[in-house]
Design a protein around this ligand. Structure first.
Ligand SMILES: *Cc1c(COP(=O)(O)O)cnc(C)c1O
Length: 218
């Protein structure tokens, strides 16, 4: 199917569940041509997971760069933060305090961030544990360059459907607890969860942003 047809299929799934979730087209595995196709099909939110590719793609898409909403979704080291933090609209992978400190130092204006949460507890996954999220959000009150717009998670690739429901529901429960605190720096209304394999389950559990790559390009 074409990129446009794949996008339409996902958009109808979103509508059929009466969800208002936004589709982020993950473009890490494709180049300029496919990104223009995504854009022309009406999807302006794009997700990249590596700093060099993000910057290269912004350069080749200079004519439409300002109309694209740039989401950084990958693991982020502290060193390149200065090169990219003022070039993105959302960071989905705020996973440690050291990164928060670097953002605070380098950002020229507040950055919309998702706290990455390791809901499944897998060793290989980064992120805060659900239990420490409230405390971390409290600490971030002193960081005026960081706005916690929501929580993000990645489910294990081998999770069963019922485990996926459980993980996504857990993220939603944690997000609701933070939102109820009413922190000015952490409205925490958003849930970034769901990829090609599991976005339909994430939508059922209340995702507000789904991050889909592979299934757009096949
Ligand atoms: C690659 C990636 C995605 C998209 O995964 P697909 O399986 O290609 O849909 C979503 N989120 C993150 C953090 C990723 O790195």
């Amino acid at each position: 199917m074409t990129i446009k047809e794949n996008i339409q299929q996902i958009e109808s799934k979103i509508q059929s569940l009466q969800s208002n979730a936004k589709l982020i087209a993950v473009t890490k595995s494709v180049g300029e041509q496919e990104m223009r196709e995504v854009f022309n099909a009406g999807v302006t939110a794009m997700g990249e997971n590596r700093v060099p590719s993000l910057l290269e793609k912004q350069a080749v898409l200079a004519d439409i760069q300002k109309e694209i909403e740039w989401h950084f979704i990958g693991n982020l080291q502290t060193r390149p933060v200065k090169d990219m933090i003022n070039q993105i609209d959302y960071l989905h992978s705020l996973d440690r305090m050291k990164l928060a400190k670097e953002i605070q130092k380098r950002a020229v204006k507040p950055v919309k961030c998702f706290l990455q949460v390791n809901v499944s507890g897998e060793d290989s996954k980064s992120g805060f544990s659900p239990d420490e999220v409230i405390e971390v959000v409290g600490e971030l009150a002193g960081y005026d360059k960081i706005i916690i717009v929501g929580l993000m998670t990645m489910a294990p690739i081998d999770a069963t459907d019922s485990e996926l429901h459980e993980y996504f529901a857990k993220l939603k429960e944690t997000q609701t607890k933070v939102a109820e605190k009413g922190f000015a720096h952490a409205p925490c209304t958003e849930l970034s969860m769901g990829m090609s394999q599991d976005y339909h389950i994430a939508l059922e559990e209340g995702a507000t942003y789904i991050r889909v790559g592979t299934s757009l390009y096949q």
